[in-house]
Design a protein around this ligand. Sequence first.
Ligand code: GLV
Ligand code: MN
Ligand code: MN
Length: 417
Amino acid sequence: MREDSCDAVNRVDQQRLWQRHMEMARIGAIPNNGVNRAALSREDIAARRLLLAWARQRNFTVCVDGIGNLFLRRAGSDPNAAPVMTGSHMDSQPRGGRFDGIYGVLAGFEALEAMDEAGVRTRRPIEVVAWTNEEGGRFQPCTMGSMVFTGARPLADVLDVTDNDGITLRDALAETLAATPEATKREFKMPAAGYIEAHIEQGPLLENAGKTIGVVTGIQGLRWFNIEVFGKTDHAGTTPLALRKDALRDAIAIIDALRDLAHDPADATRFTVGRMLVTPNSPNSVASHVLFSVDLRHPDPKRIRGLGEAVGPLARKAAKFCDVKVTPSLHDDPCAFDANVIAAIEDAAKNLALPHLRLPSGASHDAMYMARVCPTGMIFVPCEKGISHNEAENAKPADLAAGARVLTAALIELANR
Ligand code: GLV
Ligand code: MN
Ligand code: MN
């Protein structure tokens, strides 16, 4: 390992990194150690303010783009060189944990602090990015910040999306942007020389194998849909079944049909309906309208395409009484990470004598979009029993620090190329 990398890696401070996680976890804290920090909420703003306060202490330059992605830059020696980027997200699931996303931001920040303290000079600048709305729990779809940053979709496409209370992303974003006036405005599609995202694994493979570092090879494909069923509300006690247009009854039939479509004895196909809005949502009124989400995942591009194409026709066929509208909201083909970035991460783990394993990611990440525009990779660390998107999500301070050390070494390597 390079001498400057050794110095910086030795400055990674497990205690400081853990304290920062616990400080962030207080923002949006819910019972049982959980976190509810929805994208572009008051809590998201508080997390941004805290991160900026830490950045100010280090004199890192702070920028923000039009969708609220925050960038903290540590300068390199070549002012014209494109930065190497690292980071993840600060928003959480409604009943999320203390590590999903925030770990990648704090591990990146720890890496920059460690470099600062070791007096490391890199040729390229290194930037920590906190992507806006990775989770998609409040505003759909997920991975929105990186999607817009990389130009995969224009900002205008998502501004009118509403949350469950009818608040538009446009309004929530304006409030969030106003809360960080010190950040310099920056354009989308800024060139990057590379991107490494650190994250908890959110699955059990590392823990079961007794490994500390996951060297991530890629991310499986993902498709999201909103399905709306249009019925008619009626009295639950008086309306004969034959006269009803019961939107919820048809929604259940559609979900059953889709579950059959996704049936896979190998358990490689993942099918989830996690969100449903029922109108008027009253026990003694027949449902007039149902909106529900469909999340489909598979590592094979052909299979995920085939499944996605079947959703619309199957949903319309399964509905017996009502009209159906199927709106695709996300189509991510599986992605493979860059061989050189994978090698840099693997070398760092080897040099630090950390037990490691190559593995694919079942969860989606902003790295999926960054992989379209620059050499990209990810580092996983174990989380307890693989539990995630749950208040019980947990990780060991030593594993978080180990991931931050690997990240530090790999970033220094890429930033000097
Ligand atoms: C990210 O949270 C995902 O849905 O995979
Ligand atoms: Mn995440
Ligand atoms: Mn998540």
